[in-house]
Design a protein around this ligand. Structure first.
Ligand SMILES: [Zn+2]
Length: 383
């Protein structure tokens, strides 16, 4: 039987906490990583209904997409709604673990599951994440001093690539200079051409340690005037990112596509709505589970005919869709667009841990919009 720590290790390898937004709160909320886990329950929201379901199972881990404690708290008293949930979980020996924006961008993540559920193929991130920016330092140093300089630059944080440290590339050549009247050269004499065998050292520098690396370079370099270049580089995409763009195997009119979305996703009380020409053909589709309205422009730039997401606002929708920008907006509900991810994670957990772990997905809809009235019939009295 796996320990909670074993599950966390696997989950964090799929949903790297470093991918989470800075404002987010992901990871273990409560629980002991040394405790065994026999049953896991997956849910979008950590609310009384899903916490109750986890405790009744009984599950030893409730894995949710949304954080319970997104804003900082100084305590978890039992008479506070969220503190009360923590108390119930701890008393029942059930841990709570959150994979939120780190699961949104992951491959495979929340939007992958949504896209596949709708029937999209050839998926790629709508807003790719890039690696942290690195600069390239090129510095010229007398060859006899090159090793010492590389040591100092590495100690200040240069030359780190993945699991490797002190990465540097060197080539040898001739440096030449004439020391001026006021110079105090380490090598050479005033007014005379000097030629020195020098090494060109190249190392990457994370932008956050630039000042420290340049300070270390000047301290370790024998020359009064250090010759160096610092180049910004283009950060590579790392294969994950927010939202997805994909293709339907056959394009279909928006009205039919909206019906397809409604039939594909878990049902809510109020269904699926869209803004756009009902006859417009939808072939390329962008999706973003949860609140993805801010991705409309990227979706349009990516050539999407429609964006499937949730929490769309009146004015933004008017501007993005109805004013003929060619992008239909489909509001399929926050919970419904994120729930397909649960089945994806459940399948992966079963594949990884086999019969040792029971994995269940909560089927309780936690969409808060639970009451719906159909529109007023035309011709019906208004008073
Ligand atoms: Zn969400």
């Amino acid at each position: 039987m796996p320990l909670l720590g074993d599950l966390i290790e696997v989950l964090e390898s799929w949903f790297d906490p470093r991918w989470a937004e800075s404002w987010d709160a992901v990871g273990l909320v409560c629980g002991d990583s040394m405790e065994p886990v026999r049953r896991v329950l997956l849910a979008v929201d950590p609310v009384p209904a899903t916490v109750g379901e986890a405790i009744a199972a009984p599950a030893q881990l409730l894995l949710t997409h949304h954080p319970l404690l997104l804003t900082p708290v100084h305590g978890v008293p039992a008479d506070d709604p969220k503190g009360g949930l923590i108390h119930r979980l701890v008393r029942a020996g059930c841990a709570l673990f959150v994979a939120h924006t780190n699961a949104d961008v992951a491959d495979s993540g929340v939007s992958d599951a949504l896209a596949r559920r709708i029937g999209l193929d050839h998926l790629r991130p709508l807003q790719p994440l890039t690696a942290p920016p690195l600069d390239k330092l090129v510095v010229f140093v007398p060859s006899t001093e090159a090793g010492r300089l590389i040591d100092s630059l590495a100690a200040a944080g240069a030359g780190r690539l993945g699991d490797y440290e002190r990465c540097a590339w060197s080539s040898e050549g001739l440096g030449t200079f004439v020391p001026g009247a006021a110079a105090r050269p380490a090598i050479g004499r005033t007014g005379e051409i000097e030629t020195v065998v020098e090494t060109r050292v190249e190392m990457v520098v994370p932008r956050g340690v630039r000042t420290a690396v340049l300070t270390a370079m000047r301290a370790a370099h024998p020359y009064e005037q250090v010759a160096y270049d610092l180049y910004p580089t283009i950060a590579p995409e790392i294969g994950v990112g927010l939202g997805r763009v994909g293709q339907l195997s056959t394009a279909q009119p928006l009205a039919e596509f909206v019906d397809r979305v409604a039939q594909s996703l878990p049902a809510t009380a109020w269904g699926v709505r869209a803004a756009g020409d009902p006859q417009a053909l939808i072939g390329t589709v962008a999706v973003c589970g949860g609140s993805g309205g801010s991705l409309a422009e990227l979706a349009r730039d990516a050539g999407a005919d429609a964006l499937v997401t949730a929490d769309l606002k009146h004015h933004a929708t008017l501007e993005a869709s109805v004013e003929r920008t060619g992008l239909a907006l489909v509001d399929a509900g926050h919970w419904s667009t994120e729930a397909p991810w649960l089945d994806d994670v459940a399948r992966r957990l079963r594949d990884h841990f086999g019969a040792e772990l029971e994995v269940a997905v909560s089927r309780q809809p936690t969409d808060p919009w639970n009451v719906h009235a159909p529109p007023r019939r035309s011709g019906a009295p208004t008073e």
